[in-house]
Design a binder for this molecule. Structure first.
Ligand code: FAD
Length: 302
């Protein structure tokens, strides 16, 4: 059996595996897609100590470092069940059952999609999810932000400083963002807020040229011309497969303590799949290190 089995090969999982392997204990990683969300990131400018790096290069660096520690990497494998017996068992979709004394869950998250026509077609051709990453691509253009929660309003404020005009679309009759954010938003000259509207379509030919929405009180459908849409309706943790085995929040994030431990002894978690504040590469790597040290501490006490 493994001493530490990491499920998920993004920055948090890679960091956890390297920290564990450096203790000289048997370490494995199972990952559906090694590198996780970083594979989809073009330029990274907030990975401290590195001024600029592209996602695929950062993934290659992670993989290289993981290899140097002799970590057993099982790529293109998806975990579907976890169960604590004498050891902790992780069953993969291919039927294999891996056994380990401790497990670190680091399965990350994905952006929630609107699920309207045009969204998938125009992904990376005007439909974006990360304002910190893609905002500068829309300098001087007109964009929409879908979602009036904290992340949507933060995105709108952020984008208003870069783009020509921002239209915010919120499904509910009121914005859900904190009052201070709303005040800041309403103080900006180049923002329009549409409430009680349902986005129905992203329109365009080769690139996007607008967004259609329905006014929920009148039932009337309207269209705004623009060049970009930022979808900010939530981040979904990849934790559905865990069921009730570990405690999760209402939105599915794994609840961890300050050692990265879950409520199930020997099972730890790190990164975007947990209830940590802010989802960033550097933060997920830090929490991966914490979970690995937490797991090592658990091993020497049990
Ligand atoms: P992830 O990167 O999501 O990795 C999860 C891993 O788990 C993957 O290997 C996945 O295949 C695997 N997995 C999932 N389910 C299973 C399963 N059941 N079985 C086995 N494996 C599974 N952050 C920054 O700091 N700076 C940026 O500039 C930046 N830009 C971004 C741009 C985009 C487009 C996106 C999407 C995100 C960006 N982020 C950025 C956020 C950053 O990528 C994440 O915070 C970070 O990748 C989280 O790491 P993680 O290891 O927790 O999860």
């Amino acid at each position: 059996p493994f001493d530490v089995l990491v499920v998920g090969g993004g920055p948090s999982g890679a960091s956890a595996a390297i920290y564990a392997a450096r203790k000289g204990i048997r370490t494995g990683i199972v990952a559906e897609r090694f590198g996780g969300q970083v594979n989809d990131t073009l330029g990274i400018e907030n990975f401290i100590s590195t001024k600029y790096i592209e996602g695929p290069q950062l993934v290659a660096n992670l993989e290289q470092q993981v290899k140097e520690y002799g970590i057993d990497v099982m790529k293109l494998q998806r975990a579907k069940r976890i169960e604590k017996k004498d050891l902790i068992e992780v069953e993969l979709e291919n039927g294999a059952v891996l056994k380990s004394k401790t497990v670190i869950l680091s399965t990350g998250a994905r952006w929630r999609n609107m699920g309207v026509p045009g969204e998938a077609e125009f992904k990376n051709k005007g439909v974006a999810y990360c304002p910190h990453c893609d905002g500068p691509l829309f300098t001087g253009k007109d964009v929409a932000v879908v979602g009036g929660g904290n992340s949507g309003i933060e995105a709108a404020i952020d984008l208003a400083g870069i783009v020509k005009h921002v239209t915010v679309l919120e499904f509910a009759p009121e914005l859900k963002a904190d009052a201070v954010l709303q005040e800041r938003l309403y103080s900006l000259p180049n923002v329009t807020v549409l409430k009680n509207v349902q986005t129905t379509e992203v329109t365009g030919k080769d690139k996007i040229d607008g967004i259609s929405y329905k006014e929920r009180d009148t039932g009337e459908t309207k269209h705004v011309e623009l060049q970009g849409v930022f979808v900010q309706i939530g981040l979904v943790p990849n934790t559905e497969w865990l069921g009730d085995t570990v405690e999760r929040t209402r939105v599915g994030e794994i609840v961890v303590d300050n050692h990265g431990a879950t409520n199930l002894p020997g099972v730890f978690a790190a990164g975007d799949c947990t209830n940590s504040s802010y989802k960033q590469i550097i933060i997920s790597m830090g929490s991966g290190a914490t979970a690995a040290l937490g797991a090592f501490d658990y091993l020497i006490r049990n």
